[in-house]
Design a protein around this ligand. Structure first.
Ligand code: NAD
Length: 265
């Protein structure tokens, strides 16, 4: 049995994680933490039977009282680093889905995890299909170096561009053998931001609308042709097999692994 704490357990993703943990024979939910709905039964919130694990507000106390082996964090960018530091300090392996962390954050998590001898995993996208889309995009850009990304998410998402889009652009920039074409001379953004955010020559466009969950298109353009790679998370359940896999594997890692790839066979 792997003892699991869920941080952000009252949120959209956290509730789904609670439900996934309760459904797995080898995982045991020992703590559920959130700033909201303190005192509520985490199972009931997740539309399962009551599990007698109540939402608690104090992560440090919850870790001390329940001795989890893994903490899953789906909170908000401004909270996640504090939660990760607390987990590693308690010898608990963090599995982090919260997006919006910086390079400096990754490097701090890596150092803390190494120093504590704790495995940690941060993934911007736990959906297997999205991981494959990133791999295919990195392969395609070697032959079609002109590419742009459109990511589409629900209107409550706080950070933009999405973590997935940034990871995709990073993988494509690393794989691309030719430099991206420069904007044509005289190109003008009539409204600033018209061409989106730019990561190493790859433009990223963020759409935020009710109705979406998490979606991304990578469009590669060539002479007289385009290739579109598209992934759609239609439901938050799409992330759960990846989260469960990461929970099972994270303790076998040394230091920080970035991306679900690190634990996929
Ligand atoms: P949400 O707003 O529904 O839930 C966030 C929850 O975190 C809330 O209940 C909030 O009260 C709680 N919270 C905030 N600070 C906290 C703290 N310090 N301690 C405990 N709880 C705290 O958001 P969501 O839609 O569930 O998304 C959560 C995060 O997951 C976002 O960063 C989102 O981008 C990311 N996300 C990642 C993936 C992935 O595959 N990696 C998929 C979907 C969403």
């Amino acid at each position: 049995m792997i003892r699991v704490a869920v941080c952000g357990a009252a949120g959209r993703m956290g509730r789904e994680v609670v439900r996934a943990v309760l459904a797995e024979q080898d995982l045991q939910l020992v703590a559920a933490v959130d700033r909201e709905l303190v005192g509520a039964d985490a199972g009931t919130l997740a539309a399962c039977d009551p599990c007698r694990v109540m939402i608690r507000a104090d992560l440090v106390q919850a870790l001390a009282d329940t001795s989890p082996e893994v903490m899953v964090d789906f909170t908000i960018p401004s909270s996640a680093m504090g939660n990760i530091r607390s987990a590693i300090a308690a010898g608990v392996s963090p599995v982090v889905g919260t997006t919006g962390l910086s390079e400096a954050d990754f490097s701090e998590i890596g150092s803390l995890a190494q120093a504590a001898g704790v495995g940690a995993l941060v993934a911007a996208n736990f959906a297997i299909g999205a991981v494959l889309m990133m791999r295919f995009a990195a392969e395609a850009v070697r032959y079609m170096p002109e590419a742009e990304i459109i990511e589409l998410h629900h209107d409550n998402k706080l950070d933009s561009p999405s973590g997935t889009a940034i990871m995709t652009a990073r993988a494509m920039a690393a794989a691309r053998e030719q430099p991206a074409r420069a904007e044509p001379e005289g190109a003008v953004e009539k409204i600033p931001g018209g061409r989106g955010a730019v990561y190493e020559g790859i433009h990223i466009h963020s759409v935020r609308l009710p109705g979406y969950v998490a979606h991304q298109e990578v469009i590669l353009g060539g002479l007289g042709q385009t290739l579109t790679l598209r992934h759609d998370s239609l439901d938050r359940r799409s992330f759960m097999p990846g989260v469960v896999l990461a929970v099972r594997k994270v303790r076998g890692l040394t230091g920080l692994a970035i991306g679900l790839d690190a634990v996929m066979g």
